[in-house]
Design a protein around this ligand. Structure first.
Ligand code: ZN
Length: 501
């Protein structure tokens, strides 16, 4: 019975296990490995990636796909079998279009480019990075050509992170909420004296920061018997199966936000990975459906829950017990306002909920224009600064605080940025549906009970893993595709109240 399908599964299992092993080596590189070993680790990762690519794109795999599709063409769309073939076939179609010489050249260029970028950023020297970035843009244009697209080359790049989403769709969603965001931020600016975040910028003992943040995310429902937390320079979450999900955090001695909200954020990603159904665990389906849906989970726990008044009603007394001196002159309301301050800033990763999506829109527009050849790399700093001032009302004083700040372009990750902003929108859209179906959620959060929300997310989103696309999943849950208006409603209500707009 379904013998070809079983054979296909065995091959896909080899691919998945190789990828998971490569992922673990990648985690090790960022968390534990001596930096001096970078070359040897690169060689190990290259072999694993090549083997996975070879197995996935082999003629035998292609034949098995055809046979298995014939064998199972009556299978229900939602079934594990139909989903496995549908999703894996997309992975296959994409992998097989890229010649292996191109894959190797891209990997080589990425390794070089990363070093050049890191140096250029440290020296605030865009011109030193320019030729490398020009080469990367060429490679990305080639890649789009290999992958194929119907309207814009950017579609092909975006499609690697968001199956079936196009640049035109993203542009429409962004165009819709850019003007209200710009005016919201301008209105807040008029009343910026209403909120101070000085309380967050004080000496905070790192061991106590860790203790508090770990308690919070354990309370959220991150399962430490199936996961762990470590320190890393650039925080991230890696899942190798639902029983091994690892989050990382960075700590600052004089600023509370990075550890606390960073831990909530990564735990949001982690609980998604831990919630995948056992039926598809350890397969190509056993991970988040897309980057935007993944980001919706991290943003929901970090912002919608972790920056809510209800959450702080519950959490503030506990934080104050750990830091009585620092919080002696603060109360719940002042602290709640402090963690929700809106202040245009130059660095994306430090941006508040209101300004964040504007940082993304700027990058999205520039990426599209670069890939289409409309904006030359040489003109990028000027283009960046002009748009930044138009959207956020401030002009970056240096390229290090402007066009050079992110790692993505040097790593060839073009088409990736929009998923962050879409994640914010989806977080608001899903949360709205969650409280419609489970009206107790806000009260439960205010009394430190997070399982009502987590169970809902588990049932509606997590169990499905990669079975559905972002659009399919969002329609199943909310009855409509991705919308920006729920995010805007959420922001306008919250900041309207805090800033008295
Ligand atoms: Zn994230």
């Amino acid at each position: 019975m379904a013998q070809k399908y079983q054979e296909l599964m065995q091959r896909l299992n080899d691919v998945h296990q190789l990828q998971a092993s490569a992922g673990l080596l990648g985690w090790d590189q960022q968390v534990l490995m001596p930096a001096a070993n970078a070359h040897a680790r690169g060689a190990q990762l290259a072999v694993l990636s090549r083997l996975a690519h070879e197995i996935l794109t082999s003629d035998e795999t292609a034949r098995l796909f055809e046979d298995a599709e014939r064998e199972l063409n009556d299978a229900d769309y939602d079934s594990k079998e139909a989903s496995m073939i549908r999703v894996a076939k997309k992975d296959y179609d994409e992998a097989v279009r890229l010649p292996s010489e191109f894959v190797a050249e891209l990997a080589r260029q990425t390794a070089v480019s990363h070093e050049v970028w890191a140096q250029a950023r440290a020296n605030n020297d865009f011109r030193a990075f320019q030729p490398t970035l020009e080469r990367m843009v060429e490679l990305k244009q080639q890649q789009a050509g290999y992958l194929g697209y119907s309207q814009h080359p950017y579609d092909a790049l975006l499609g690697q992170y968001e199956r079936d989403m196009t640049a035109a769709q993203v542009k429409a969603i962004f165009d819709e909420h850019k003007p209200p965001l710009v005016s919201l931020i301008a209105a807040v600016k008029e009343r910026s004296d209403r909120v101070s975040d000085a309380v967050l910028h004080q000496p905070y003992d790192i061991d106590r920061q860790r203790q508090f943040a770990l308690d919070v995310v354990a309370g959220y429902g991150f399962d430490f018997t199936r996961g762990r937390q470590d320190v890393a320079v650039h925080p991230f979450c890696s899942g190798f199966s639902r029983s091994d999900v690892r989050i990382t955090t960075r700590f600052y001695e004089d600023f509370l936000n990075p550890s606390l909200f960073g831990m909530m954020h990564e735990a949001g990603h982690g609980m998604y990975e831990q919630g995948v159904s056992t039926e598809i665990d350890g397969t190509l389906l056993g991970s988040g459906t897309s980057l935007s849906v993944h980001e919706s989970q991290s943003r929901m726990w970090e912002n919608i829950v972790g920056r809510s008044r209800g959450f702080w009603n519950w959490a503030f007394p506990q934080l104050k017990a750990l830091f009585p001196e620092q919080l002696a002159n603060s109360d719940v309301e002042r602290f709640y306002r402090a963690v929700n301050i809106v202040k245009p800033s130059f660095i994306r990763v430090e941006a508040d909920e209101a300004t964040y999506n504007l940082h993304i829109m700027l990058r999205f527009e520039l990426e599209m224009d670069m890939v289409a050849g409309k904006v030359k790399v040489a003109d990028l700093p000027e283009e960046w600064n002009d748009r930044f001032e138009a959207y956020l009302g401030i002009e970056p004083p240096s390229d290090a605080l402007g066009v050079l700040q992110d790692v993505h372009w040097s790593s060839g990750l073009m088409g990736y940025f929009p998923t962050y902003a879409l994640g914010n929108l989806l977080a608001a859209q899903y949360y709205r549906k969650a409280i419609e179906e489970r009206p107790n959620i806000p009260d439960d959060i205010a009394s430190g009970r997070f399982d009502t929300l987590l169970t809902w997310l588990n049932e509606k989103i997590h169990v499905h893993g990669r079975k559905f696309t972002t659009d399919e999943l969002t329609r199943r849950i909310t009855g409509e595709g991705i919308q920006s208006r729920y995010y805007m409603e959420y922001l306008e209500k919250k900041y309207g109240e805090i800033y008295g707009l």
